[in-house]
Design a protein around this ligand. Structure first.
Ligand SMILES: *[C@@H]1O[C@H](CO)[C@@H](O)[C@H](O)[C@H]1NC(C)=O
Ligand SMILES: *[C@@H]1O[C@H](CO)[C@@H](O)[C@H](O)[C@H]1NC(C)=O
Ligand SMILES: *[C@@H]1O[C@H](CO)[C@@H](O)[C@H](O)[C@H]1NC(C)=O
Ligand SMILES: *[C@@H]1O[C@H](CO)[C@@H](O)[C@H](O)[C@H]1NC(C)=O
Ligand SMILES: *[C@@H]1O[C@H](CO)[C@@H](O)[C@H](O)[C@H]1NC(C)=O
Ligand SMILES: [Zn+2]
Length: 434
């Protein structure tokens, strides 16, 4: 069930769909303007054709974000980000960036590791898989889940433009997962990002440009988090409170900046190596073996006292196909497969308190989705992220904004959600006629 349908009458949806079909039929049979329309497309070539999405275009035009796929820096005109960055200075330990850019951005720390103390003073995961910070005041990373015989289920590197077949599969199985989204992908594929929330998945941050975070300067680390949170807020209406480091590359400096922004660090215990298949010496058979080993462990009692987490991706067709291929076996081997937030009872997984996840008990009793107070923004809407509400301190995240196109994109009540849907349709029609 699509989220928006919770907020609109079926009649309104139907008339919008009929009208949409009429307007679009001369050019294309697809609706690339709404989450619901986009979710219908399953041909990867069509899914991966870029489209226009007004809120993102407007935010880029207003210089609210750094360029995508480059190391994020604080935008010079962004006084909210600057103020937030200043406010967390005292929480950042004096640990220098590791290695030397640009090589270190790609994980080449060869000029640094020889001089790094073997005692691992910074709890640097890349060095020795450290997950218990040495800096006081930081919580341990989530590397396994506490519930026995439970798999904390999640996928990195999305939203992938061609994920509809995979998300359809998850929906058909009423399976929710944690989606670790890259900010640059969210800007490229906003309707696909909306689908995660609409389908009841949990969204966490996977940084802006997917670099080795310990190599970045403090302000770069901050910006990689901050603008990913802002991008997810812009297109889905919610601000995540969790993140996963690309390549697992995290130390106490990066953890401290994440913590100051309200982000819990989630890592993994096993790596499927799905992301590496076809590179170096990793074959698809190796990835199969990694899944099979996890299944064997689940069957032989390895997780009888605490569950686990395996690293898997929505990076490409292969990684998603592996997830589909092994789902039934995982389901049989584990007692429960749940998102990270469910495994840890994060019933309010976002800064905005209008959206709830089920607790672990609720989820395993069959309540896999709790009502949401966040209607999806739709094309034709205009909203600003300039309020800085993703800082982790604001609870005003569901502001409803009017714009020149007349769309209230983020209503905080059901009635306003209906208004938003109608206004969005008007905006959509206007765009086609323009
Ligand atoms: C690939 O090679 C690396 C280094 O030579 C080795 O550590 C690793 O185990 C190999 N992986 C596989 C799947 O064979
Ligand atoms: C369970 O299976 C794994 C993978 O084959 C193996 O490494 C581990 O030793 C086994 N544990 C037990 C308790 O049998
Ligand atoms: C997603 O997956 C497709 C198909 O495997 C791939 O071509 C594409 O580059 C991927 N990446 C993104 C960001 O969508
Ligand atoms: C992978 O690609 C094949 C061939 O295009 C397609 O049939 C299949 O649905 C895709 N799988 C996923 C999970 O997207
Ligand atoms: C989640 O809630 C259940 C039920 O109250 C409890 O047994 C479990 O310990 C909680 N888990 C965590 C990680 O807090
Ligand atoms: Zn990643």
């Amino acid at each position: 069930m699509r989220l928006l349908s919770l907020f609109t009458s079926q009649a309104a949806v139907n008339s919008a769909l009929i009208a949409t079909t009429l307007f679009v039929s001369s050019t294309s049979a697809q609706d690339r303007t709404t989450e619901q329309g986009e979710a219908q497309i399953t041909d990867p070539n069509q899914e991966c054709t870029p489209y226009y999405y007004q809120p993102v275009s407007a935010a880029i035009a207003a210089n609210e974000f750094p360029p995508i796929w480059t190391v994020a820096t604080i935008v010079s005109s962004d006084t909210n980000a600057q103020a937030k960055y200043q406010s967390i200075q005292s929480q950042i330990p004096n640990i220098p960036p590791k290695g030397t850019q640009p090589a270190s951005l790609m994980g080449d720390f060869s000029n640094f590791t020889p001089t790094y103390p073997s005692s691992d003073p910074d709890c640097w995961w890349t060095f020795d898989q450290c997950t218990t910070p040495k800096l006081a005041g930081l919580p341990p990373d989530l590397a396994v889940v506490p519930e026995p015989d439970t798999l904390g289920y999640g996928f990195d590197d999305g939203p992938n433009c061609s994920h509809n077949v995979f998300y359809n599969f998850l929906s058909q199985n009423n399976q929710k997962a944690t989606m670790f989204y890259i900010g640059s992908n969210v800007m490229d594929w906003p309707l696909e990002a909306q689908r995660a929330l609409a389908d009841g998945h949990e969204i966490c941050v996977h940084t802006w440009s997917h670099r080795y975070m310990t190599a970045l300067t403090n302000d770069e680390v901050f910006a990689e988090f901050y603008y990913t949170m802002e991008s997810i807020k812009l297109v889905t209406g919610v601000t995540p409170t969790c993140w996963r480091p690309p390549f697992g590359d995290v130390d106490d400096r990066v953890r401290a900046i994440a913590h100051a922004l309200g982000l819990r660090t989630i890592i993994w215990k096993y790596d499927s190596n799905d992301w590496r298949a076809g590179t170096g010496n990793v074959t698809s058979a190796n990835v199969d073996q990694n899944y099979e080993d996890l299944i064997t462990r689940a069957q032989n009692g390895t997780f009888a006292t605490a569950g686990t987490i395996m690293l898997t991706h929505e990076l490409n067709n292969f990684t998603m196909s592996e997830a589909v291929k092994f789902y039934a076996q995982l389901k049989a081997a584990f007692k429960y497969i749940v998102p990270m937030g469910v495994a840890t009872n994060q019933t309010q997984p976002y800064v905005e308190t209008t959206y709830s996840l089920p607790s672990f008990e609720q989820y395993i009793s069959g309540t896999t989705t709790i009502s949401s107070g966040v209607p999806l923004p739709t094309d034709g809407s205009s909203s600003s992220t300039g309020s800085g509400s993703s800082s982790g301190s604001s609870s005003s995240g569901t502001s409803s904004g009017s714009s020149s196109t007349g769309t209230a994109s983020r209503a905080s009540s059901d009635g306003l959600g209906m208004l938003a849907a109608g206004a969005a349709f008007v905006g959509f029609a206007m765009k086609l006629l323009a």
